[in-house]
Design a protein. Structure first.
Length: 146
C-alpha cells in the first residue's frame, strides 16, 4: 500500500480504444449493389442486342420481299402491256370494242402504278435497313459538322 498514490503523488491514466469492423457490412452491401447493377446492365445489353438482331432480320426480310414484289409487278406490267397491245390490234381489225381497249389501258396503268409503288416500298425498306446497320450517312454521302 505504500506504492498507492496519495494526495501528493501523480495520477496516471492509460486508455486504449480499438475499433474493429466486424464483417464489413457497409462494404459488402456496396459490393452486392454493384454486382446487381452490373448484372442489370448486362441483361439490358443482351436485350438491346436481341432487339437489334430482330430489327435487322425484319429489315432484311422486308428488302427481300420487296425485291420479289418489284419483279412480280414488272412482269404484271409486261403482261398488261401485251394485253393492251392485243386489244388495240383487235380493235384496229374491228374485232374488239373501244370499251375493252379502254379497260386494257386502265389495267396497264394500274399495273404501272403497282410497279412504281413496289419500287418505292423497296427503296423505303432499303433505307430502313441502312438506318439500322448504321450506314445511311455514308450511303447518302452525308457529313455531320464537327
Amino acid at each position: 500500500m505504500g506504492n498507492l498514490p496519495d494526495g501528493n503523488g501523480y495520477n496516471w491514466n492509460v486508455g486504449v480504444s480499438v475499433s474493429v469492423p466486424w464483417g464489413l457490412h457497409a462494404d459488402k452491401a456496396r459490393l452486392r449493389t454493384a454486382k446487381i447493377s452490373l448484372l442489370q446492365q448486362q441483361t439490358r445489353l443482351q436485350q438491346l442486342d436481341q432487339t437489334l438482331l430482330v430489327n435487322v432480320r425484319g429489315s432484311v426480310r422486308a428488302v427481300a420481299t420487296n425485291i420479289v414484289a418489284v419483279e412480280i409487278a414488272g412482269k404484271a406490267t409486261e403482261l398488261s402491256q401485251k394485253q393492251y397491245e392485243l386489244q388495240k390490234a383487235r380493235f384496229d381489225a374491228g374485232l374488239s370494242t373501244s370499251r375493252l381497249v379502254l379497260q386494257a389501258q386502265d389495267d396497264l396503268e394500274a399495273a404501272r402504278v403497282n410497279e412504281l409503288q413496289s419500287k418505292v416500298s423497296l427503296r423505303v425498306a432499303l433505307a430502313e435497313l441502312h438506318r439500322i446497320d448504321g450506314s445511311s450517312l455514308e450511303r447518302y454521302r452525308i457529313a455531320l459538322p464537327e
